[in-house]
Design a binder for this molecule. Structure first.
Ligand code: F6R
Length: 240
């Protein structure tokens, strides 16, 4: 992977946003892979001023993952997060931006449906990724197959603790999720993994320099011909 160390989250956001704007100008119906959580926020914030006057009405998007069993209207469902942080502020067309269907009704074919929708869109052009302290990308926790496609998974306790900050208590964090698989992620044409802060340093070092192993799902990016890793000094601190 190409590693870019930036001085701040804002600098990372600007760098990645510039690349996304370039893509949209080149191909107005570009397909973006969207992460949620804290990490991509600077990218979405940097996109806002940059997209003023750019036609984004045909931009398509696919979220990485969703909680299972959460009310889609819950403010922390990833469908709500993507609407609030991406679709609304950037003026994207809501019907063109998808999240996996985490409702219990139809969950048995939700993964297959999502894969079919991505395929029908012609695949993801640029996939934004964060990385969990467990080394997960998407919600592919350690042990996930590199060939995996969108499917239901169980969140690690560590991940539920990490995400408890978005909920009233850890008991409110869903136990299951539906996530693009590592195989799905590896099919995107360009991977951009971002990480900020000391807490991500071990996961970043493992993903970028460690052995390629399903014990550290982020290491799957080493198998991708076009992966860019954008990190601040703290997240880069355990790199050789
Ligand atoms: C989010 C996702 C996760 C997060 C990861 C880091 O859609 O798939 O892999 O990117 O858990 O979360 P933050 O950015 O909140 O530290």
């Amino acid at each position: 992977a190409e590693i870019i160390i930036v001085p701040s989250e804002e600098a990372a956001g600007a760098l990645v946003a510039d690349e996304i704007v370039r893509l949209i100008r080149a191909r107005p119906d570009v397909v973006l892979g969207l992460a949620t959580g804290s990490t991509p926020v600077p990218v979405y914030e940097a996109l806002r001023p940059r997209l003023e006057g750019v036609d984004v009405s045909r931009v398509r998007g696919f979220a990485l993952d969703e909680y299972v069993g959460i009310d889609p209207a819950h403010p922390e469902s990833y469908r709500s997060v993507i609407a609030r942080e991406v679709v609304e502020p950037l003026g994207l067309t809501p019907g063109l931006v998808h999240t996996p269907n985490g409702s219990m009704d139809g969950i048995e074919h939700a993964g297959e449906d999502y894969e079919a929708a991505i395929e029908e869109a012609g695949g993801i052009d640029l996939q934004i990724l964060g990385i969990g302290t467990s080394g997960h990308i998407g919600f592919n926790e350690p042990g996930s197959s590199f060939a995996s496609l969108t499917r239901v998974k169980t969140l690690l306790e560590q991940t539920r603790e990490d995400n408890a900050r978005f909920f009233d208590s850890i008991d409110d964090v869903p136990v299951h999720c539906i996530t693009q698989g590592l195989g799905t992620i590896l099919r995107a044409r360009h991977l951009v993994l971002l990480a900020f802060g000391e807490g991500k340093a071990d996961a970043v070092a493992g993903a970028v320099e460690g052995p390629v192993t399903s014990s550290l799902p982020g290491s799957a990016i080493q198998l991708h011909p076009h992966a860019t890793v954008v990190v601040d000094e703290a997240a880069a601190s355990r790199l050789e």
